[in-house]
Design a protein around this ligand. Structure first.
Ligand SMILES: *[C@@H]1O[C@H](CO)[C@@H](O)[C@H](O)[C@H]1NC(C)=O
Length: 151
């Protein structure tokens, strides 16, 4: 599962991975990427921050414990082109929506996730309500939280 999460984040942040998504139909939804009702303006941020996990449609097959995850390693706030900000307090967390559109057998399909970035000792997206509220406000399913590391 960690590998899957890694692939999702890697893909959402760095590169398209159509072949992978096509092999996992449960990850995709028919039609074009939705236009979000409540996107936020592009953020600027200077402190260290980490991608701590993603919200997806896939049920995690591993127990939800973050206990055996590695500690998050904060890095610089990277470019966020192609990512829509949907939730932030401008200082401790950012939640981005990512959607990739592609064709499967001539039909438009899309894959969506939301990526959570949190500063050291910041909020836990798995339990902090503000993350769910941002998803709900934008009418996004993405109910499963997959942590990638410990905040
Ligand atoms: C975050 O910053 C943006 C842009 O400066 C501003 O529009 C927004 O209201 C701020 N949000 C919060 C929660 O402070």
């Amino acid at each position: 599962m960690l590998q899957l999460s890694y692939v999702l984040v890697y893909c959402a942040l760095l590169a398209p991975y159509y072949a992978y998504a096509q092999s996992r139909p449960e990850l995709t939804k028919p039609g074009e990427c939705p236009k979000l009702p409540h996107p936020l303006p592009k953020p600027t941020f200077k402190d260290k921050i980490t991608i701590v996990g993603i919200f997806t449609n896939i049920k995690s097959t591993t127990p939800g414990s973050a206990a055996n995850l590695r500690q998050c390693e904060p890095g610089d706030f990277k470019k966020t082109e192609g990512h829509t900000l949907i939730g932030t307090d401008n200082k401790s967390y950012f939640l981005f929506y990512n959607c990739i559109e592609f064709n499967i057998q001539g039909k438009k399909t899309h894959l969506e996730i939301a990526t959570a970035l949190v500063v050291p000792k910041g909020p836990d997206p798995g339990t902090d309500k503000r993350f769910r509220e941002a998803l709900d406000k934008n009418k996004l399913g993405l109910k499963e939280w997959l942590p990638l590391c410990k905040v």
